[in-house]
Design a binder for this molecule. Structure first.
Ligand code: HBI
Ligand code: FE
Length: 295
């Protein structure tokens, strides 16, 4: 274990790029300031309010079950026993974004890297890189769900393979993560619900993804997803909707090698495009659309 350091940005001609760090560190829990704990509490309360009726039950139930509370930043060492007992996953503490292969290897071994630092009060609404709130509030609850937990491990194993195949395969597999783990929606008898961590950790996008008229909501199709480009700095133009976590797990069960071969012959799809054959969902929460300009 090395001492944690705040990961800084590097100014380049492409803009501000986060520096990657590989180390697993000890969560410096005693060093969190009162402000850090307040940021956690504020974000936690705000998101839990917004997510009732918007996040899927699996997410809300597992979050309660885990014992993540609003009072203070949780200690990873307090969460690990429940997680280990339920699905065999464990949290490891990291300084920030990891190189892809390191990230995949953690997932393949049922370890989820959680960033130790939390955003500043002036960054409550938006941050371009994962922090503790995004990782812990957004990603960790569903690791308590057995099917989702297996999907994440399978994804990590697939990532290690794709990394060995080449950059195109890696880009295609990364789109799958983006449109499921980060920005996925799920269809339920009550209407569409959120499960993606990039959405559940964002107050604006939690509403936008379900209630705005602007984005497309398209039924999940593996190869379609792997061809769809995305932006990391705006709300998504398209969300893909699964019917169940079993569907997701089953669709991604086969070896992806033939898919990569097939995809190498096909063009990528711009984020906002609808294709013939797409199953487009017309409704969000079932409470009607907001007016243009509401969001
Ligand atoms: N590292 N800590 C961390 N968290 C991530 O979500 C993450 C990462 N490294 C790479 C990465 N995500 C992406 O490349 C995903 O596409 C897999
Ligand atoms: Fe994330």
């Amino acid at each position: 274990m090395t001492q944690p350091q705040r990961v800084e940005h590097l100014s380049t001609d492409k803009g501000s790029v986060p520096l990657y760090a590989t180390g697993v560190v000890e969560q410096p829990w005693a060093n969190y300031s009162e402000t850090d704990h307040q940021v956690w509490s504020t974000l936690f309360r705000r998101q839990r309010d917004i997510l009732v009726g918007r996040a899927c039950d699996e997410f809300l139930v597992t979050q309660d079950e885990m014992g993540i509370g609003e009072d203070a930043i949780p200690k990873f060492s307090d969460l690990n026993p429940q997680l280990l007992a339920k699905t065999g996953w464990q949290l490891v503490c990291v300084e920030g974004l990891l190189p892809e292969l390191d990230f995949f290897e953690h997932l393949a071994n049922r370890r989820f890297p959680v960033t130790w630092w939390i955003r500043r009060p002036e960054q409550l609404d938006y941050l371009s890189e994962p922090d503790l709130f995004h990782d812990l509030f957004g990603h960790v609850p569903l690791l308590m769900n057995p099917v989702f937990a297996d999907y994440m491990q399978a994804y990590g194993r697939g990532g290690v393979k794709a990394h060995g195949i080449g950059p195109e395969a890696l880009a295609q597999l990364t789109r799958l993560y983006w449109y499921t783990v980060e920005f996925g929606l799920i269809n339920t008898p009550q209407g569409l619900r959120i499960y993606g961590s990039g959405i559940v950790s964002s107050s604006g996008e939690s509403v936008h993804c379900l209630e705005s008229k602007a984005p497309n909501r398209i039924g999940f199709d593996l190869l379609r997803v792997m061809r769809t480009r995305y932006r990391i700095d705006t709300y998504q133009k398209t969300y893909f909707v699964i019917d169940s976590f079993d569907q997701l797990f089953d669709a991604t069960g086969p070896d992806f090698r033939p898919y990569y071969d097939e995809l190498s012959q096909l063009p990528t799809i711009p984020a906002g495009e609808i294709l013939p054959g797409d199953r487009v969902y017309q409704r969000g929460t079932g409470e009607g659309w907001l007016q243009d300009g509401d969001i």
